[in-house]
Design a protein around this ligand. Structure first.
Ligand SMILES: Nc1nc2c(ncn2[C@@H]2O[C@H](COP(=O)(O)OP(=O)(O)OP(=O)(O)O)[C@@H](O)[C@H]2O)c(=O)[nH]1
Length: 270
């Protein structure tokens, strides 16, 4: 039967302790061998102890490194989330600013700046391609009396209703904006003054039919409209002036009517 290492070592140690064998010629070499073996075993023990220590140190360092890395990753994720939120906020804010700078707060229609921008573009297109376009300037008739009689809030509500009707009556490619106060401007691309007159007559009738409900009363409202087709050698502001003059003409002619500028001489139609 094979002896285990432990058994052999016990045996040798017991042999060396017995005085009876001390005179044997093998005793001294065996003792030397035994001492060398024990020395070697101690050194191996020490080395494996040190190695174990190193290994556990390395494991600990590895662990703390992983923990530090995970912590940094978590912080990075947090920063990325904050940055995403911040960017979304900035995008929304920019969008709101852009909307506020180009749209009227009361009616939601385009404002004077947006209208002028589009007008300039249409005037440039006219120079390049000679595509016709027309402008219609609208003003609510006797609007002051609505304010005076029912109050400013009802007046505001009437303007909102009016804006909704104007926007509903025109094509998607047209642009209706608030020029200021109770004045509105409609830009009609690809439209000559004859066609613009038809469209605006439809708009005038729609407004005339519109009743603003104030408590039990239905308050009527009408608009006067001046129309001008953009012409050769005209700037966009010339066309605005022509539409404005035509509007004055419609007012002078009795209100609730259209006036179309022809060669700078407005022709009134009821
Ligand atoms: N409620 C309200 N009223 C406004 C607003 N902007 C302008 N107005 C009023 O619109 C009225 C315009 O009055 P006028 O310029 O005298 O013209 P009008 O009474 O409409 O008479 P005509 O244009 O001559 O037919 C003024 O009373 C302004 O205060 C607004 O945003 N809300």
């Amino acid at each position: 039967m094979k002896e285990s290492k432990g058994d052999l070592e016990t045996q040798i140690s017991q042999l060396l302790e017995q005085t009876a064998y001390q005179d044997s010629p093998l005793y001294a070499p065996l003792r030397e061998l035994w001492t060398a073996h024990q020395d070697l075993a101690r050194r191996i023990d020490r080395i494996s102890h040190i190695s174990d220590g190193y290994q556990s140190m390395a494991r600990q360092r590895e662990q703390s490194l992983t923990e530090r890395l995970n912590k940094q990753l978590r912080q990075l994720e947090k920063v990325a989330r904050i940055s995403d939120r911040y960017q979304n906020m900035m995008r929304d804010l920019n969008e709101a600013l852009r909307e506020a700078s180009t749209h009227d707060a009361l009616t939601g229609l385009g404002n004077r700046r947006l209208l002028v921008d589009r007008l300039k573009k249409e005037a440039e297109r006219y120079i390049r391609y000679q595509r016709p376009f027309s402008l219609a300037m609208l003003d609510v008739d006797h609007f002051k009396s609505i304010n005076d009689r029912y109050g400013h809030e009802v007046g505001d509500g009437a303007l909102v209703e009016l804006a909704r009707v104007l926007d509903a009556e025109i094509r998607d490619s047209d642009l209706c904006g608030r020029w200021g106060g109770e004045e509105f401007l409609i830009l009609l691309p690809e439209t000559g003054s004859d066609e613009a007159t038809l469209v605006m007559e439809r708009v005038r009738t729609a407004v005339e039919r519109l009743g603003i409900r104030v408590q039990d009363e239905l308050v009527g409202m009408t608009v006067s409209i001046g129309i001008a087709q953009h012409g050769k050698n005209s700037s966009y502001s010339d066309t605005i002036s022509q539409a404005d003059h035509a509007l004055l003409e419609a007012k002078r002619g009795g209100r609730n009517r259209l006036s179309t500028a022809t060669n700078n001489a407005p022709a009134v139609s009821e």
